[in-house]
Write a protein that binds this ligand. Structure first.
Ligand code: SF4
Length: 414
């Protein structure tokens, strides 16, 4: 058995052309002298994708039609000697055509192997964008009426340095080997007929003749080589070079504290939570923060769920918050049910709001009156910190002062 496979029995129907694609891929990788752990196989929904468990390589299984987008991201983070292979069906290639074209345009360093068996096999035999004219499917028993996409042509036009099409019979490993040797984007379209749906609906068709009649010309097409796309240091600098927050303060928190800040869109809720997160890190804590708001971000509620913890955080859900801070009617409406279910903890409520049903301890303060609607969330968090000390208030004030908002708020009044 090849060292690229952990299980030699492949999970496909007897006679399915996918068997040959796997065998030829393995042969091509062996010819290149690759090691299984230098290979990432990315698949998605479709019969081709259930082969993950057979491979001894790294494998990633994604959503239908999205494997190229996933693989492009993976390839950008890997050194050039690694091999990223995408297995995708003709249905997935139809769904994710834009991903394929963009990866070709960027020259992402990966090899896409399109299993073109002329229809969506796993989902019952429907036609795809690669189904040839006249081909019969369950939805087009009289024959498909539209012309198929010409994938190699499309990716070459988009900038791919290598594209090929093979009739998926016998040994086509050398074409796959050439594709895998490309530093950049390569696509190999392998023609097959799904024995379960394609052959059943088109019993008189033979693969080679079908390919010829459909204008599926086999071949290898190359464009002048160009560097594979890898994000430059400059492009990733904003992420990689984010300065570490120095620990200048100390938090007395032991364990973890879950806090919800709920207010109105446009009233700085998310910004206030992010500033608290920075201050908590400066005080030696781990923090997570998740924002929720309507799709139209400028109206309605705005809620931030935060976990502050002495230890690394592996679960950022908040089934029972320790503190809920509500600064507006929108925030109260959004959190009313969670507040009702609180069995402990503290509800901090703006003085303008009615006290909701809850078993939590309720503390009322005039956040909006004291700081105005725009800064009520900031002021509410400062109030909570002053009363609990979970993060030193001076750490929060310093973080606010050094942020762009610090120039707009007169903190001396707070
Ligand atoms: S349904 Fe078709 S594509 Fe899927 S494994 Fe069977 S023959 Fe292959």
């Amino acid at each position: 058995m090849s060292r690229f496979l952990v299980k030699p029995e492949l999970p496909y129907c007897k006679g399915c052309g996918h068997h040959l694609i796997v065998r030829n891929t393995v042969k091509a990788l062996e010819a290149l002298g690759a090691s299984p752990l230098d290979v990432v196989l990315v698949t998605d929904i479709g019969c081709h994708g259930i082969v993950d468990g057979n491979f001894a390589t790294h494998t990633v299984h994604g959503l239908h039609g999205r494997s190229v987008a996933l693989a492009a991201g993976i390839a950008m983070g890997l050194p050039p000697e690694k091999k990223v292979i995408v297995y995708i069906g003709d249905g997935g290639a139809t769904i994710g055509l834009q991903h394929i074209l963009e990866a070709a345009r960027m020259n992402a360093d990966l090899t896409v192997v399109v299993h073109n068996n002329m229809l969506y096999g796993m989902t019952g035999g429907q036609p795809s964008g690669l189904t040839p004219t006249g081909f019969r499917t369950v939805l087009t028993p009289q024959g498909y009426s539209l012309p198929h996409h010409n994938l190699p042509r499309l990716v070459l036009d988009a900038g791919a340095p290598f594209a090929a099409r093979v009739v998926g019979l016998g040994d086509f490993s050398d074409v796959l080997r050439q594709a895998l040797a490309v530093q950049g984007f390569a696509l190999v379209e392998v023609l097959e007929i799904c024995v379960s749906y394609g052959v059943k609906m088109n019993p008189d068709l033979r693969l080679k003749e079908l390919a010829q009649e459909a204008g599926y010309e086999p071949g290898i097409w190359e464009s002048p080589a160009r560097p594979a796309f890898r994000p430059s240091r400059r492009e990733t600098a904003s992420l990689l070079d984010m300065p570490a927050v120095p620990q200048k303060y100390s938090s007395p928190l032991e364990g973890r504290m879950a806090l919800i800040l709920a207010g109105s869109a446009g009233e700085g809720v998310q910004q206030a939570a992010e500033l608290l997160a920075q201050a908590a890190i400066a005080a030696g804590l781990h923090v997570t923060k998740k924002g929720s708001y309507p799709v139209t971000v400028g109206v309605g509620f705005s809620t931030a769920e935060m976990v502050l913890s002495r230890d690394p955080i592996f679960y950022h859900g908040v089934p029972q918050p320790d503190a809920v801070v509500v600064t507006s009617a929108d925030g109260l409406a959004n959190q009313r049910e969670r507040i009702r279910r609180m069995t402990g903890g503290v509800l901090w409520l703006d003085a303008s709001l009615p006290v909701p049903e809850t078993s939590a301890e309720v503390r009322v303060a005039d956040f909006r009156g004291r700081a105005g609607a725009r800064n009520a969330a900031l002021y509410a968090l400062l109030t909570v910190l002053r009363e609990t000390g979970v993060v030193p208030p001076e750490a929060f004030l310093e973080t606010v002062r050094e942020s762009p908002i610090g120039r707009q708020v007169d903190l001396s009044e707070w």
